[in-house]
Design a protein. Structure first.
Length: 450
């Protein structure tokens, strides 16, 4: 259901125009909030006496694969509002954009404000919006055939059969892990970290990437669209490794959209994220759980960090990172957050033998992490670097990358390959599979995959 929302910048003399623009921008910020909720699809701002009109397209987070479905109540509202907007509001706005008559824009603005009251109420109701997974290409083709059949002229036999052609787009689900298997997706969130771990019946998000502004973060722009496309409507758990923005920034958006059953983190007691979830668990070495035969074990931090001083010699936030080991019967991955040399040494003290097939390289390959002893103990065959393209920190540090290469570790980088998909097999007879989402070069891309 598409809504055209018109925000007026009032027709004021030039000395007051800046204040009017600020008022318009404040209105746009409110529209952007509604857009992220899927209420508003486009927003327009019209400046009357300044002699111009322009449209600001506030792009909805609803990707092409999201299907918006409305109940009969919403259809009734749509039938009432579309004629009103099309025949009254839009003509008034267009006339007000060209004629020096402020009353036209005032009328359009007032009318639209009244129209939005019931629409916002309807949009807040349960089931106001239904999401769908990303359909398989063949199901889209079948749905197009079904729509054409439904719209065929009267007299064409069995037009109702078009619904059968459309059904696969909704009922054919994306592939999922096999029993005892685990899928790990290191998403491309720039210089941050967001990893989705899936078993046959469960889904976990480990970190949620950075925020970029008060209105935009990787939770709404990257993580939630990925989960939506994969058909994951709710998370079974959320791990926030520590409070640095490049791992924490998108967490609140993910919590609002995917309502995780619990939060596992070392966040301070006054962090608002604790109140946003049903259950908040303190991340502490030794905590473990199993989903569908896949075992999750927390290796860091230890209990002692929660009683440490916060004074001058306090532990770095990076070394508070929640480190999780994920293991099937045949392979494993270590999610190492941003732990630095101190944290790595503490992990090895608790678990001297910690071999993992895949390592999410700690701290994006910073020179303060990935000590030789740590790499030797993990002995990974593949290291995943979640780094931003030409990031200002210059991660990964060349000496660290060389340290991995010297040990025969294949490095996979999200800045060069996009999101990295890892399959941990259920049986030792199968090998770990690793794929990159962006291996194929696009004509618009400046990056060159290896």
């Amino acid at each position: 259901m598409l809504y055209l929302v018109i925000a007026e910048v009032k027709n004021t003399p030039p000395p007051a125009s800046l204040a009017s623009l600020e008022q318009g921008l404040a209105t746009l910020e409110r529209l952007d909030e509604l857009t992220r909720d899927g209420t508003v699809l486009a927003a327009g701002v019209f400046a009357g006496r300044m002699g111009m009109s322009f449209t600001v397209d506030v792009a909805s987070n609803n990707e092409l694969h999201q299907i918006v479905a409305t109940l009969p109540t919403f259809m009734q509202a749509e039938w009432q509002t579309i004629p009103l907007v099309s025949l009254v509001v839009v003509p008034l706005t267009l006339a007000g954009a060209f004629l020096p008559l402020p009353i036209l824009l005032d009328a359009a603005h007032t009318l639209m404000a009244w129209v939005m009251i019931p629409l916002e109420w309807l949009a807040a109701l349960p089931l106001a919006m239904m999401e769908s997974h990303a359909p398989e290409p063949w199901t889209v083709v079948a749905a197009v055939v079904g729509v054409a059949w439904l719209l065929a002229p009267r007299g064409v036999p069995l037009r109702a059969a078009g619904f059968a052609w459309m059904a696969p787009m909704f009922v054919v689900l994306p592939p999922s892990p096999a029993p005892w298997e685990a899928w790990i997706d290191a998403l491309d969130v720039g210089n941050g970290l967001a990893v989705v771990v899936r078993t046959v019946h469960h889904a976990l998000l480990y970190d949620a990437g950075p925020s970029w502004s008060a209105e935009s973060d990787s939770g709404t722009r990257i993580v939630v669209p990925f989960l939506r496309g994969e058909g994951i409507s709710r998370l079974d758990g959320l791990v926030v490794s520590h409070a640095d923005d490049d791992h924490y920034g998108g967490a609140a958006s993910v919590v609002r959209s995917r309502r995780p059953s619990w939060l596992l983190s070392p966040l301070r007691a006054d962090d608002p994220l604790h109140e946003a979830v049903e259950q908040s668990i303190r991340c502490e070495a030794g905590f473990r759980w199993a989903w569908d035969g896949v075992v999750f074990t927390v290796l860091h931090p230890g209990r002692e960090i929660y009683g440490e001083s916060t004074g001058r010699r306090a532990r770095k936030e990076n070394d508070r990172g929640c480190v999780v080991h994920v293991a099937t019967r045949a392979a494993s991955v270590l999610l190492a957050a941003d732990v630095e040399a101190r944290g790595e040494a503490e992990i090895l003290t608790r678990r001297p033998s910690l071999k993992s097939d895949v390592l999410v390289v700690p701290h994006h390959g910073s020179k303060t992490s990935s000590t030789p002893a740590f790499i030797d103990a993990i002995a990974p065959s593949v290291g995943i670097l979640s780094v931003g393209y030409r990031n200002r920190f210059r991660h990964p540090h060349e000496t660290v990358a060389a340290r991995y290469r010297e040990r025969g570790v294949a490095l996979r980088r999200t800045d060069l390959e996009g999101a990295v998909h890892v399959v941990l097999p259920a049986e030792s007879s199968s090998a770990v599979r690793i794929e990159a989402y962006a291996r194929r070069q696009r004509y618009w891309s400046e990056r060159r995959p290896p």
